[in-house]
Structures are given as C-alpha cells and as structure tokens.
Design a binder for this molecule. Structure first.
Ligand code: 3PG
Length: 307
C-alpha cells in the first residue's frame, strides 16, 4: 500500500488534516502525519517509507530526498517552492508540485491587515493615517497580487502593478494601472506589496536604490520571502529615511538591529503567517492530496514544477 506522509513543522489546522486524511484513506493509501517536528532527524526517519509527501515551507533537501527511496511525488501545499531541492527531485525521478492560488486570499488579507495595523500605529492610541487615496504598487501580479488589489480597491487605494510576465491588458482589465519598469512602480507608490518568488534572479534584488525611489511615507510590505530583500541595504534605507517603514511576514535575519534602532517603524510576524488560516490550509492541503491521487491513479502531472 502506498504511504502518503504529511510533514509540516508548522501544522495545518485540524480541519485540514482531517480532510487530507479522509481523501488519502478513501483513495486507498496509508496516511502518516509528522507535525511540529523539532529535529531534521525526525523528518529523515518519517520519509524513509513514504511514497508521497505533502509539505509546507518544510525544507525538502537532497538529504531528505536521499532518505526517501520510495518517494515518487512531493507536493508543496502552497505557492513558493524555494524550499524544495528540484534538482535532487529530478535526479531521483521524483515529481515536485505546488498548489498555486490555494492560499492566496489568506496572504492578501494579511497584507491589508498589517498595513492597517501599521497605519494606525499598532493601535497604540495615537493618530494614524488612512489608506484611502494612497498609491499601492503590486510588485508581481500573480495570484496573491490579484487578491491584494481586489481588497485594496475596497479601501479606496490607487493601484499600480509591475509584472513583465503579465500582459498590460490583463492588469488594466482589473482596474489597475500597469507600469513599464520596477523603478517606475517604486517611484510612484507609497506602499509596495511584494509578490515575487525567491530565486537566483530575485534574491537580494530589493535594494537601496530601488527602495530609496519610494515617495515620502514609504511602506514596504513583504509577504513573499525574506531572501528577496537586501538586508544590509534596507537597514541603510531605514537609517537614512525616518519616514520609511518595513512590514514583513517573517522577521529578517537582521531583526535585532531593527529592534534596537527603528522602534515603531517595523512589523514582523514571529512565524510566516500569510497562509495560516483554516481555509487556506484546507484549500492547499486538500489540493495536495488530490494532486497526489491524480498522479498515482492517472499520471496527472498538472502543477509539476520540476523538469
Ligand atoms: C506559500 O508560498 O504558499 C506561502 O509562503 C505559505 O507558506 P507556509 O505554508 O509555510 O505557510
């Protein structure tokens, strides 16, 4: 019998786990669960007889792949798959997939939630500012960017987007103004919401020169990956510009420096929280389980991300 392992250091909501288990068992597979593990050894042990696995931001490294001789498919329940060693998967003939779009609304709600929290000075009793009429730049108009724009319209924000992979007509049809360059986006918008993936091209790409283009009262919102930020350079922007604020879903490596120098001008979640809702967990987890069944039953490789 094939074994499907759900390995999530940051657990899914119980309702999601229950639904995944039901799908897996009804399809005739064995179900195994490893949650809140604290040591890599636990993951290495859990994968040793797994034929399929569902993970979140869990690191599926070459070591993990090599500890899983039966593994045929790994599904990242979520969008970003920078945590999967795709090369190792391909070498071992393992199919790697993600579940695009399934947790996007949850991330988008967090973006606007954190923006309001920051605009109102963390609800500390002092007078804040409003979002209405402010310019919001969506840096990469994918699934999350789409939802962010939809919600931001309700706040009365003016929305711009930069995405070289999306046609201007698609962006315009959504009531958003497309811009021609990333520089133009940052120059125009007081708020920037980042939705680029983390890869060799984008890592550390959000740097001093780009951030310094932003108008007065700038707020950078990062629910993408901390790795896309050039941390040394954002510290310099924070130091040079007392008007600049940084919101990030998961703290940067240089968090201690923010704490000592920039009190009140940053907001960091303790763990990546964007996709941490019952709905997103159910959507992504169930999609993952169905994709595994589709792959084993029919060879369906939709959403495959490795070659
Ligand atoms: C994603 O890429 O889908 C999000 O960053 C969610 O990550 P998580 O599953 O670790 O919450």
């Amino acid at each position: 019998m094939k074994k499907v392992l759900v390995a999530t250091e940051k657990p899914f909501a119980k309702a999601a786990v229950d639904q995944i288990e039901k799908i897996v068992k009804e399809a005739g597979y064995e179900f195994a669960l490893l949650e809140k593990y604290t040591d890599k050894a636990q993951l290495l042990d859990a994968v040793k007889d797994a034929h399929a696995m569902i993970v979140r931001s869990d690191k599926v490294t070459r070591e993990v792949i090599e500890a899983a001789p039966e593994l045929k498919i790994v599904v990242r329940a979520g969008a970003g798959y920078d945590n999967l060693d795709l090369e190792a998967c391909t070498e071992k003939g393992i199919v790697a997939m993600n579940t695009p779009g399934q947790n996007s609304n949850a991330v988008a709600e967090l973006v606007l939630g954190m923006m309001v929290f920051m605009a109102r000075n963390s609800y500390n009793g002092s007078a804040g500012v409003e979002l209405r009429g402010k310019m919001l730049g969506i840096h990469a108009y994918g699934n999350v960017g789409h939802y962010v724009a939809e919600i931001a319209k309700g706040f009365g924000m003016e929305i711009y987007a930069f995405d070289p992979f999306v046609a201007d007509e698609v962006i315009t049809a959504a009531g958003i103004t497309p811009v021609k360059s990333v520089e133009e986006l940052y120059k125009t918008c007081q708020y920037i919401s980042l939705h680029i993936p983390a890869n060799d091209k984008t890592k550390k790409s959000i740097n001093y020169d780009l951030l310094n283009l932003m108008p007065k009262g700038a707020v950078l919102v990062n629910t993408a990956r901390k790795e896309v930020i050039n941390e040394e350079e954002i510290l310099k922007v924070m130091a040079d510009r007392p008007d600049f604020k940084y919101i990030s879903d998961i703290a940067p490596d240089c968090k201690a420096e923010f704490e000592t120098k920039f009190e009140g001008r940053f907001l960091f979640t303790p763990k990546k929280m964007g996709a941490q809702t019952a709905e997103a967990n159910i959507n992504a987890g169930v999609a993952g389980a169905n994709q595994i069944h589709g792959f084993f039953a029919n060879g369906d490789e939709t959403f495959r991300v490795n070659k």
